[in-house]
Design a protein. Structure first.
Length: 465
């Protein structure tokens, strides 16, 4: 997408001493400096009692841990670093920030901090003049339900216009998700069949082999539906189901996604299965009678002319057999069966693997060798490998600095997504226990209506063609 916005001339990030900064932000900033796309002051903000030298050492440790460390490049990053230490509720903290900004007139502020601190930080930026002509990046979660998301937006909008707010979801910055969008709209052979006339159903599975990894207390506040369905997976569905944007402007993309989100029917609790892996309640910080889901399988409906009556199936969970994210678009069978065996064969499909590698597969039937007209399933596979692709945070932070909103979520889209999942958050059914290493509760199989059931990533039913 093309953006004519003016670039930010300073990058400020709150929470500079936190885990997110160490794991994601510093490596992304280093990569941008390495590519020559970042050359503005970088001001770290925290209330940890640190100094600039301590922040630079933290940044060095972060970049070295990420690999590909070059002393000359890190020296350039280090020279751009500034540091302000202070309480986020203290006006002097923002006065000091104002001094560090110097001649910068269009800063961008990244709030890599808990949402509970947004109010005091946003007001502090406003009172000090640091919010004037500025942009702000906020990290998810964007609330925990519709009401809290609306309250969060009110807090941000007291100071910033919507066009200046960048809600970051790292999943949208992944190369595989970008490839999905490109595959949709760069190939003309898809459009004639990408609708209810040819598509039987669409499935998305996001499986994680690991559990909560010692973060039971955090997960108790979130659960699988809040953690990945409301944001990541509904965003993937939007890219799969939206119509082509009318124009190159970033807002054109946002408009089509919003139209799609608003067409999503709120979830019916009877079409949702919530599961919890055996042993979750033994995790530190988890209630002994916890009803938080570590697995969810659901059926989603989109009320548009293109997708009416086509079910979208979403499945996600922890402690599943493998870690992978995959989309399967199942096509309908031919209107007439010429060969008797065809009724036992899989339907044609497109398989789009988003992780851990990028794979695009097309499932078809071909004739077996021999006299009889018998077929066998094959899959045409395209694999994508890139050693130089940008990390999600590098891509998204670069876009935000340039003012490109294409890969960010806007307020009405966030609220529309919460409206979809709110019915199963406010009145959830009890969780069903499942065995670690399985594909979730047996009841999840009933979510898929007819067809061939769930397609399990990593389990191949076809021969390579």
């Amino acid at each position: 997408m093309i953006s004519n916005a003016i670039e930010s001339d300073a990058f400020v990030f709150f929470g500079a001493t936190g885990d997110l900064a160490h794991k994601k932000i510093f490596p992304a900033l280093y990569a941008m400096v390495h590519r020559g796309t970042l050359n503005v002051p970088i001001i770290g903000m925290a209330r940890a009692g640190w100094t600039l030298d301590a922040l630079r050492e933290r940044a060095r440790d972060s970049v070295q841990a990420a690999g590909d460390f070059e002393p000359e490049c890190f020296a350039k990053l280090s020279a751009l670093l500034h540091y302000v230490d202070g309480d986020y509720a203290d006006p002097e903290t923002y006065a000091q920030l104002k001094r560090e900004l110097g001649f910068a007139r269009r800063p961008i502020h990244y709030l890599a901090i808990p949402p509970s601190l947004f109010g005091s930080v946003v007001q502090g930026l406003a009172r000090s003049g640091c919010a004037q002509h500025a942009r702000v990046i906020v990290e998810k979660p964007f609330g925990r339900d519709l009401a809290s998301a609306q309250e969060l937006d009110r807090t941000l909008h007291e100071v910033f216009d919507e066009s200046s707010i960048f809600r970051i979801d790292h999943y949208l910055g992944k190369e595989a998700v970008q490839n999905l969008l490109y595959f949709r709209f760069a190939n003309t052979f898809l459009e004639p069949i990408w609708n209810r006339n040819y598509v039987r159903d669409i499935q998305i599975t996001m499986a994680e082999k690991f559990g909560v990894q010692g973060r039971g207390g955090f997960y108790e506040e979130v659960g699988a539906i809040r953690d990945v369905v409301q944001n990541h997976l509904l965003q993937v569905i939007a890219l799969l189901a939206m119509d082509a944007p009318t124009g190159h402007e970033a807002q054109a993309m946002q408009n089509e996604k919003l139209r799609l989100f608003r067409a999503m029917r709120p979830l019916n609790p009877k079409e949702v299965i919530r599961g919890q892996f055996r042993g979750y309640r033994d995790e530190k910080g988890v209630a002994k009678d916890s009803q938080v889901e570590t697995f969810a399988a659901l059926r989603l409906h989109i009320d548009t002319w293109r997708w009416a009556d086509v079910p979208f199936y979403i499945r996600t969970g922890k402690c599943l057999p493998i870690s992978a994210t995959e989309v399967t678009v199942n096509l309908k069978r031919p209107p007439l069966s010429i060969f008797d065996a065809d009724t036992t064969m899989p339907t044609n499909y497109f398989r789009l693997r988003l992780s851990p590698e990028v794979v695009i597969g097309a499932g078809a039937l071909v004739k077996q060798n021999g006299e009889e007209m018998r077929g066998e399933p094959v899959e045409l596979i395209a694999r994508h490998h890139s050693q130089t692709e940008k990390s999600p945070y590098e891509r998204l932070l670069g876009d935000a600095i340039r003012g490109d909103t294409s890969l960010f979520t806007q307020d009405d889209s966030v609220e529309a997504a919460w409206r979809v999942v709110d019915p199963v958050l406010t009145d959830p059914l009890p969780v069903v226990e499942y065995e670690p290493g399985s594909w979730g509760p047996r009841a999840a199989s009933a979510v898929v209506d007819g067809g061939e059931g769930w397609h399990n990533p990593g389990i191949e039913h076809t021969q390579p063609c």
